[in-house]
Ligand binder design. Structure first.
Ligand SMILES: CC(C)(COP(=O)(O)OP(=O)(O)OC[C@H]1O[C@@H](n2cnc3c(N)ncnc32)[C@H](O)[C@@H]1OP(=O)(O)O)[C@@H](O)C(=O)NCCC(=O)NCCS
Length: 141
């Protein structure tokens, strides 16, 4: 099995970050997030195969905006390895919990959140068109 590395994104990774993230996030926003160690990459032979970007709600509360692992590399522990590094960093910064959210229709993400130790703490019922809820999760550490 090929080895992967888990590392904080650097400014030279911005093009890869842009390819993984939402279209509306600008390169300059992503660059700022690399400087504050809010983006973590999984790489295999130098190619990015997994991506986690952290945000802060109310400037204080860590929130995973986005976590994605390339389909062919899922279920190998890469998602949990991305989470582990951001938690280590947050603990060093004195934080004690992290939040995330997902649409109620995303069964894979819901199952993963639970297996990664997140607890469902509520939802925004009318956020999305079409009726799906946005479920929020919390993990203490
Ligand atoms: C959610 C997501 C990031 C998880 O990534 P992942 O790398 O597959 O996650 P992991 O490998 O850490 O865990 C997935 C499962 O594989 C299992 N697993 C981990 N290592 C394994 C291994 N070596 N062999 C077999 N199974 C393994 C885990 O136990 C887990 O199983 P479970 O969900 O039944 O408990 C991925 O499914 C994804 O990119 N989804 C699409 C994007 C998305 O919806 N993101 C969330 C909302 S932003």
């Amino acid at each position: 099995m090929s080895e992967y590395t888990i590392e904080f994104a650097k400014s030279c990774d911005i093009d890869s970050c842009k390819a993984f993230d939402f279209d509306y996030i600008s390169a300059s926003d992503l660059r700022r997030d690399t400087e504050t160690k809010q983006i973590i990459l999984a790489k295999m032979q130098g190619i990015v195969i997994g991506y986690l970007r952290l945000n802060y709600l109310w400037y204080t509360t860590p929130f995973i905006d986005l976590i994605i692992v390339e389909k062919e590399h899922r279920k190998k522990g890469i998602g949990k390895a991305l989470l582990e590094l951001i938690i280590t960093e947050l603990k060093n910064d004195g934080k004690k919990m992290i939040l995330t959210s997902t649409q109620s229709t995303n069964q894979e993400a819901r199952r993963w959140n639970e297996s990664a130790g997140f607890l469902e703490i509520g939802s925004l019922k009318t956020l999305h068109e079409g009726g799906s809820e946005e479920l929020f999760y919390r993990k203490d550490f």
